[in-house]
Design a binder for this molecule. Structure first.
Ligand code: F6P
Length: 357
């Protein structure tokens, strides 16, 4: 009997279902003694023993389905060692459910926080294989996460749509793109959507540079300016603050997000009419694009191979187009930032895109 547990944790993204389908198809094509326990709403299901027995058929017909058939939730790593409101030791609870069900291994799909907990479970002696999901593409150790390309496509479409209305009304538009602390989605969508200014957390901006770009575009007869702005974008002044000071400043900020702060700052330095568009969670919603379905299926099948070989403690990564196993201890807790000196940024700058620096 091959008994596996499977869960999806953290913010959802496109192609989670495709990835699970890849794992289960990979296993069920080789083994007819598969027993699958699907844990509900991420680690919460593992902690509280909320699971249901599933069959390979449950993973059929879900390749192009958004969201996750298992549900998900955020269970912060930093609180994993803190007992819950009833005094339950969450780590011990997860181990106990795992052992009670006599699982051979856990398949865990998630992003950064999820990987920290997966590594903790590995340290606690559980067999774990993980898959890299997140629209942010900020997971260390893999070139690509599934969900990223779909989010880029959606953000790009938003920028495309904003172009026509910005042009009609001669406006400055700020499109705020998700991505948490990193700028991968914004960088890709900004280039693909033809943004005039791209602001990333990794390249702090100078508002005078931004105003100058907008004013120069106006003077050159360009009626509008499009800014693709990462939700984590930061000014040079704020970047020079200590982490604690910046956190406090954010907590007391009158602005709901960076786009609103920028709009205010730009309005003080230009005559232009400014509007904001925040695609928000639409970037995580709906069907996965073909590329995400393909890479999710591949990493899913590669995870199945690891399980069949009884190789545990790895994340399946995509590196230079190939699936590779990466030890969890090498990646847990590390973020993959945009390299401000990368060729992509150099090429964007050569095309006249400003990064506000
Ligand atoms: O990590 C994925 C992500 O969509 C980030 O881009 C964003 O900052 C965050 O999740 C939003 O989280 P929530 O879904 O909890 O609002």
């Amino acid at each position: 009997m091959l008994r596996i547990g499977i869960l999806t944790s953290g913010g959802d993204c496109q192609a989670l279902n495709a990835a699970m389908r890849g794992v289960i198809r990979g296993l069920s094509s080789q083994r007819d003694d598969l027993e699958i326990y699907g844990f509900e709403d991420g680690y919460k299901g593992l902690i509280y023993g909320n699971y249901h027995l599933m069959t390979p058929d449950d993973f059929s017909g879900i390749l192009n389905m958004g969201g996750t058939i298992l549900g998900t939730s955020r269970q912060p790593f930093k609180r994993m060692r803190i007992p819950d409101e009833n005094g339950l030791d969450k780590v011990e609870a997860m181990k106990s459910v795992y052992h009670k069900l006599q699982l051979e291994c856990l398949v865990i799909l998630g992003g950064n926080g999820t990987h920290k907990t997966a590594n903790l479970l590995r340290e606690e002696g559980l067999n774990v294989v993980t898959l890299p999901k997140t629209i942010d593409n900020d997971l260390w150790g893999t070139d690509m996460t599934f969900g990223f390309q779909s989010a880029v496509d959606i953000a790009t479409e938003t920028i495309d749509r904003i172009h026509t209305t910005a042009s009609s009304h001669s406006r400055v538009f700020i499109i705020e793109v998700m991505g948490h602390k990193v700028g991968h989605v914004t960088l890709h969508a900004g280039i693909a959507g033809g943004a005039d200014i791209i602001l990333l957390p990794e390249i702090p901006y100078d508002i005078d540079v931004i105003a100058d770009v907008i004013n120069k575009r106006s003077a050159a007869g360009k009626k509008f300016t499009i800014l693709a702005v990462a939700e984590g974008a930061i000014s040079k002044a704020d970047a020079s603050l200590k982490k604690k000071e910046y956190k406090a400043k954010l907590a007391n900020s009158p602005y709901p997000s960076i786009a609103y702060q920028l709009a205010d700052e730009i309005s003080q330095k230009t005559e232009k009419e400014i509007r904001i568009a925040v695609p928000g969670h639409t970037q995580r919603g709906g069907a996965p694009c073909a590329y995400d379905r393909m890479i999710a299926s591949r990493v899913g099948a590669a995870a199945a191979k690891l399980i069949l070989n009884k190789e545990y403690g790895y994340m399946v990564a995509l590196i230079d187009g190939e699936t590779k196993k990466i030890p969890l201890e090498e990646i847990a807790g590390k973020l993959k930032y945009v390299n401000p000196d990368c060729k992509m940024i150099q090429e964007a700058k050569l095309m006249g895109i400003s990064f506000g620096d």
